[in-house]
Ligand binder design. Structure first.
Ligand SMILES: [Zn+2]
Length: 666
């Protein structure tokens, strides 16, 4: 019986996300509907808005959800019931290009992966492949990184360009591929390209949603719209379990420096200064915010100009002039809406929650822009136009990305030369930003228009530093290197060492403190991290044992409280854990859990056991027992029949074990 249970769990694990027949997507027209109602439409109904003209919204849904929409208080007309069948017909019609010539038909998934690999192999000094994860169906999530000295972290801005995140938006893949090819082939001969490759690190991911691309579906193979699945102001829709529930969005956030509950840490971190996210279905450029109507701090002085540069770059091309207009000037063949510009804030068009732009800017300080390239979706783009179209957008992409090193830059470190994460305030505006490579160089790149600014650098535990009348002159701006010294009423020095029981933190101070709190982060965030001690440590304390340090890096700060209640933050002290301490349990979600709990673990290649205890230490369930091959595994358990409460989950593999608190709610 035990064997059968284990076999069943293994089977369930293997089948998760694979094998089920995909329900076709449908396109519906909802309306008339007000702007107020649009704001919560995606939260309350199984819809993903693709377009809104001020009274009617074009939305994606699924065939099986159509019946649900009958009860909506607005009109709902089915435009296309079976989109995948419609796309197949569309493809068979008159759009097919000449398959024998390059760039005259869409690259397949396999061709895209092979091209990237070939390009990286043929240009190994300036290009490398980074596989950032695998899709629901196990396809590669593949980036090509282009930079001189591509294997080395350098003092240079990092930028990100991504393509097809909605699988039916094929042209988005092509424009990213084409940009990669131009950067590689024109390096050394074209000065703009050479300057960019030498002076930046460019990450290109043409296919964010390869499964959707292969199936010609907007969503991924779990029927989730990936561009609603990131965490920043995610709207808690009933139709998705939690933000970053999908491997495709986890991978994107992982290499983009995401430091969150649901994001793994498998790939090197980047702090992208600028980003481009390509879509199709309309022709416009959108900057943040998408979730709210309030202007972003960077909107007026930087972002609009950046988008204008993209638009102007495209318009220089014959392709756009033949269209009688570009992104900001529509010709007869293209309708646009009276109340807005084609370069606008995303929410001004229609609000969404959990998209790539908002997360990139709100969480990581990256000016990431949506480029809606063309009306064509699902094979509806004329393949014969691919090359001209990519070429036109190439000039837009270059004009936009060139801005990454225009503005203020430098390094921020503490007295010991360790990079420090901080916030920059420019005049009265607050910019959140992160470093490109906080563990190595600590450089920052803040796009700013030419001008004179007062700039303040602030970081937890340090005295803020203000630089007045800083002159910004494009890419010739003089760098400002900041060295922070600790603030406070007295010194407190921390040391941290790895021991067999965990990390032992000890500290010395000559000041009088009445209590301490200990904080830990994984070396990447910009906050003080997670508080470890449940109750304040007494003023007489001088050490603390962290029994569950974060691998591979644990960084500690101590908050010390003075007799008059003032708080001072000291640190950080960082420990790099050696291989022995590699974390076994790398993911546990959702927690609190209602029914299905998923564990992600790094098996050392030995017998593994997962057990559940109640808080009095009694064993209540053997969830799993078996042997797992070396590497990453995902196990799911149904806890729906367990009473609500707090439990202790124990995972053992070889000689390593870990305990985590799990809360079951009903
Ligand atoms: Zn899209």
């Amino acid at each position: 019986m035990r064997f059968l249970t284990v076999a069943f769990i293994l089977l369930a694990v293997m089948l998760a996300g694979a094998g089920e027949a995909l329900v076709s997507e449908s396109l519906v027209l909802v309306g008339p509907i007000s702007r107020e109602a649009i704001a919560t439409l995606e939260r309350d109904w199984p819809l993903s808005i693709d377009d809104y003209d001020g009274s009617f919204a074009t939305c994606y849904t699924f065939q099986e959800k159509l019946e649900l929409l009958d009860s909506m208080p607005w009109g709902c007309t089915v435009l296309v019931e079976d989109l995948q069948a419609h796309y197949a017909e569309q493809r068979a019609m008159d759009f097919a290009g000449d398959k024998d010539e390059p760039w005259t038909s869409f690259h397949t998934y396999a061709e895209t992966m092979t091209l990237l690999e070939t390009w990286a192999n043929d240009n190994s000094s300036i290009a490398k492949i980074v596989d950032v994860g695998t899709s629901v169906e196990g396809r590669h999530l593949r980036c090509i990184v282009i930079s001189d000295n591509v294997a080395t972290e350098e003092y240079e801005p990092e930028v990100r360009v991504i393509g097809t995140i909605h699988g039916n938006e094929e042209i988005a893949n092509e424009v990213v591929l084409y940009l990669a090819e131009r950067l590689l082939t024109d390096y050394g001969t074209d000065s703009a390209v050479t300057e960019m490759v030498d002076g930046m690190e460019i990450w290109l991911q043409p296919l964010v949603n390869p499964d959707g691309y292969v199936a010609s579906r907007r969503s991924n193979n779990n029927s989730v719209d990936l561009n609603r699945n990131l965490s920043y102001h995610w709207n808690g829709s009933d139709y998705e379990p939690h933000p970053f529930s999908q491997p495709e969005t986890k991978a994107l956030a992982d290499y983009s420096g995401g430091d969150e509950q649901y994001v793994p840490d498998n790939v090197e971190d980047n702090t992208f200064v600028l980003g481009l996210t390509h879509h199709s279905g309309a022709v416009c450029l959108n900057y943040v915010w998408n979730y709210q109507y309030t202007d972003a701090a960077d909107k007026a002085h930087v972002w609009h100009n950046l988008c204008q540069d993209y638009s102007d770059g495209c318009e220089d091309s014959s392709y756009y002039s033949n269209l009688d207009g570009g992104y900001d000037n529509y010709g007869d063949g293209y309708q646009w809406y009276d109340y807005m510009d084609a370069i606008c804030e995303g929410a001004e068009w229609y609000p969404t929650h959990g998209d790539v732009n908002d997360w990139s800017y709100g969480e990581r300080g990256c000016l990431d822009t949506t480029v809606e390239l063309s009306d064509g979706q699902g094979g509806g783009f004329p393949e014969g136009d691919i090359i001209d179209f990519c070429d036109a957008n190439y000039y837009g992409q270059m004009a936009y990305l060139e801005y990454a090193d225009d503005g203020l830059h430098g390094t921020v470190k503490d007295g010991a030369g360790v990079p420090v994460l901080c916030t920059i305030t420019v005049d009265s505006r607050t910019e959140a930003f992160m470093y490109n490579d906080p563990t190595v160089i600590g450089d920052y790149w803040l796009p700013l228009d030419d001008g004179t600014y007062d700039v303040t650098f602030s970081a937890d535990g340090y005295t803020p530093q203000t630089f007045e009348d800083v002159v910004v002159t494009g890419d010739t701006t003089t760098p400002i290197d900041v060295v922070f010294s600790q603030s406070g009423v007295g010194d407190l020095t921390i040391s941290a060492h790895q021991t067999s029981d965990g990390v032992l933190l000890s500290w010395e101070t000559s000041a009088e403190f009445i209590a301490y709190n200990i904080y830990r982060d994984n070396g990447r965030g910009n906050s003080v991290g997670e508080r470890l001690n449940q109750f304040r440590l007494d003023g007489g304390a001088a050490c603390y044992l962290d029994a569950r340090p974060h691998a591979p890096v644990s960084r500690y700060r101590i908050e010390a409280i003075t007799p008059d209640g003032h708080r001072e933050v000291y640190g950080p002290a960082e420990v790099r854990l050696d291989g022995e301490a590699t974390e076994l349990l790398v993911g546990l979600y959702p927690n609190p859990v209602v029914s299905e709990l998923t564990l992600e673990l790094n098996s050392g290649g030995s017998d593994c056991r997962v057990t559940l205890y109640d808080l009095s230490g009694r064993l209540v369930d053997n969830l799993y027992s078996g042997s797992l091959s070396e590497g990453r595994h995902s196990l799911s358990f149904d806890l729906a029949s367990r009473p609500a409460g707090v439990y202790l989950l124990r995972v053992e593999s070889g000689s390593v074990s870990e305990n985590r608190r799990v809360v079951i709610t009903r």
